[in-house]
Design a protein. Structure first.
Length: 178
């Protein structure tokens, strides 16, 4: 377990699927309200996220180096955030999710998760860049990634539940130098 005075970060597993799914749905409903169509974050979201995370966290990805990694941030034993790292065929690693429990943002949890994600990539995927996709209109997240040294490397459209296309940016952190 890696942590600061208040935030501990641990590796997650299949037993965390429901907790992560619920936190994911809550985060989407809070952060994306007014950004994505209401039906994309509506009543079926929690069940869809539970199904997604149960599948993601029990799937066989083959070689350990190809297996995604779930990081869970905890404070006082409560899951307050998570990050999910997915190795890509092009040698980069996608930070597919970085979410902090609503009401707990701004307290260093996201920064701790991002730092641990970068350290994990440097250790397990030497030479790999870390990147993520963020909704263009999620200005709070965009500002966070820019403060944390992410470089905007692309603009594209992302697909959300229901087939909704939304503009997003790609932010990249280059491979750590050894």
């Amino acid at each position: 377990m890696i942590g600061s005075d208040e935030t501990a970060i641990r590796r997650g597993g299949a037993h965390d699927a429901e907790t992560v799914a619920d936190l994911h749905a809550l985060s989407w409903r809070t952060a994306y309200r007014g950004i994505v169509p209401a039906e994309a974050i509506g009543d079926g979201l929690a069940a869809e996220r539970r199904e997604l995370w149960a599948l993601r966290l029990t799937a066989d990805y083959g070689e350990p180096v190809d297996t995604p990694e779930l990081l869970i941030a905890e404070r006082a034993g409560e899951a307050v955030g998570f990050a999910y790292l997915v190795p890509q065929p092009d040698g980069r690693v996608l930070l597919d999710n970085l979410h902090v429990r609503p009401g707990r943002t701004g307290g260093g949890i996201g920064r701790a998760l991002l730092a641990e994600a970068r350290a994990h990539v440097a250790e397990r995927h030497p030479g790999a860049a870390l990147y993520l996709e963020v909704l263009r209109d999620n200005t709070r997240a965009v500002a966070f990634y820019e403060r944390e040294g992410g470089r905007r490397t692309a603009a594209q459209e992302g697909v959300f539940p229901g087939g909704h296309l939304l503009p997003e940016y790609v932010y990249t952190w280059p491979a750590a130098q050894s």
